[in-house]
Design a binder for this molecule. Sequence first.
Ligand SMILES: [Zn+2]
Length: 65
Amino acid sequence: MVSDDAAALLTGEHSDLLTQCESAPCDRFYVRTHARRRWCSTRCGDRVRAARAYARKQQSATPAQ
Ligand SMILES: [Zn+2]
């Protein structure tokens, strides 16, 4: 899904900065205003961090075989 803003940017001067959000299942494009930015919104970033923390917790809760 591409927002109207992103669609406009696709043909604009910032097209080289347009990056797809890395937070699945979000597939939106955003303008990469910062080199270390990887998500379209802080909400997506928080979701990725929460998922990582959850996976770590699940892993440590599983007894080693
Ligand atoms: Zn996103």
